[in-house]
Ligand binder design. Structure first.
Ligand code: ZN
Ligand code: ZN
Length: 264
């Protein structure tokens, strides 16, 4: 059964622990290794068991804990070659490194993993799709200025979807950020707004979609209520009955919630 442990999501740190049986892989590690370990433990998870760390891009909110995590032997760090040249693996790196090529699938235990390119102001940003042994698919994409065709193809028809819903347009427009930063966020290499994410659902969501996670919300330019309202309205318009959860920066979240053994 798929288990997801969102350890943090937002511009102060992103990390998602993905579990299937005994397999544990970590998608991004944007908090210190110590803090990631503490948050994982709070959800009953031992971060030492992570066998693979997948990196989307080199921004600190995605790799801050990499050196700490890479110090442990017996695990593999996956990222594209350009991203590998842009991140710090640490002086005591004992992890294996493996190059990711977008579109070329690989396996971590029973999970099939495939990266796809995203549009963001990083060297070589990617998102990831996960094929699970029961035939379901999980797709995760944050930090993208728009839904590029490769991302749309990779994410369409997923059963579980984690999608950036970064900012409310009016809050960003009227908020305290300098104009240059506002332009960067709104650019095609910036971040998806709430309505951008809702529009993306038209391409991505099908009646296979069981659960949608709103990710990477701005703490300055968005609220969970804004993101939720925008996405729920579009799910309703599309006639989809998927669950919707908004993931916060500092509230680790487990899916399914403990005690909820099977999805209906
Ligand atoms: Zn980010
Ligand atoms: Zn970024």
């Amino acid at each position: 059964m798929l288990e997801l442990f969102f350890l943090g999501s937002g511009s102060r740190g992103n990390a998602l622990l993905i579990g299937w049986g005994q397999t544990r892989l970590l998608l991004d590690c944007g908090l210190s290794a110590r803090e990631l370990k503490r948050r994982a433990a709070g959800l009953g998870q031992d971060l030492d068991r992570v066998e693979a760390v997948l990196i989307t891009h080199e921004h600190a909110d995605h790799v801050a804990g990499l050196a700490g995590l890479a110090a442990q032997a017996g695990r593999t760090v996956f990222c594209t070659p350009k991203t590998a040249r842009s991140v710090y693996f640490g002086k005591r790196c004992r992890a294996d490194r493996c190059e990711v090529v977008p579109g070329r699938a690989f396996s971590v235990g029973p999970i099939e993993v495939c990266a796809f390119p995203t549009s963001h102001d990083a060297r070589d940003p990617v998102g990831y799709r996960f094929g699970l042994p029961d035939g379901t698919r999980l797709g995760v994409a944050t930090d993208l200025g728009f839904l590029n065709p490769e991302a749309a193809d990779a994410l369409a028809g997923c059963d579980y979807l984690g999608l950036e819903s970064n900012h409310d347009l009016a809050m960003l427009r009227d908020g305290p950020y300098p104009w240059v930063l506002k332009q960067r966020i709104r650019s095609e290499r910036g971040h998806l707004s709430n309505p951008d994410a809702a529009d993306a659902l038209e391409r991505l969501a099908s009646d296979r979609l069981r659960q949608l996670f709103a990710l990477h919300l701005s703490q300055t330019n968005n609220t969970p209520a804004h993101a939720r309202a925008s996405l729920q309205q579009r799910l309703d318009q599309l006639g989809l009955r998927a669950g919707l959860q908004v993931v916060g920066q500092d509230q680790p979240l487990r899916f399914p919630a403990s005690g909820q053994l099977r999805l209906v």
